[in-house]
Ligand binder design. Structure first.
Ligand code: ZN
Ligand code: ZN
Length: 106
């Protein structure tokens, strides 16, 4: 099976496809996350990926915790081979998508 070519792609279906099976770890707690780790599979190439990042502007949560949904932009960062990947990128197949964090859930 030949590897999927790199393509800078966004597709509205990526979100649902990614969320089906994705796991979120929100620290220190889901109501006021500061560090988020996302594990899942790229909705385009299917390779497993793991992102950890810091959320900024925690003041936005307010005293009651996260009421506004927090949307983040994810990019495929798989280490696998995708022909045609730009020289300035070492990972990913080019897919990008948005997800809303499951904040405030217990
Ligand atoms: Zn891949
Ligand atoms: Zn991918």
């Amino acid at each position: 099976m030949s590897p999927l070519p790199y393509s800078s792609t966004s597709d509205p279906r990526f979100r649902d496809r990614f969320l089906d099976g994705a796991r979120f770890h929100l620290l220190p707690d889901p109501a006021t996350p500061e560090i988020v780790t996302v594990n899942g599979a790229c909705p385009r190439c299917g390779h497993p990926l793991s992102h950890t990042f810091e959320l900024y502007e925690p003041d936005d949560y307010g005293p009651e915790g996260g009421e506004e949904p927090i949307e983040i932009v994810l990019q495929c960062m798989c280490p696998d081979e995708h022909p045609g990947r730009p020289a300035n990128r070492s990972t990913g197949c080019g897919a990008g998508w948005r997800v809303t964090l499951p904040t405030g859930q217990q």
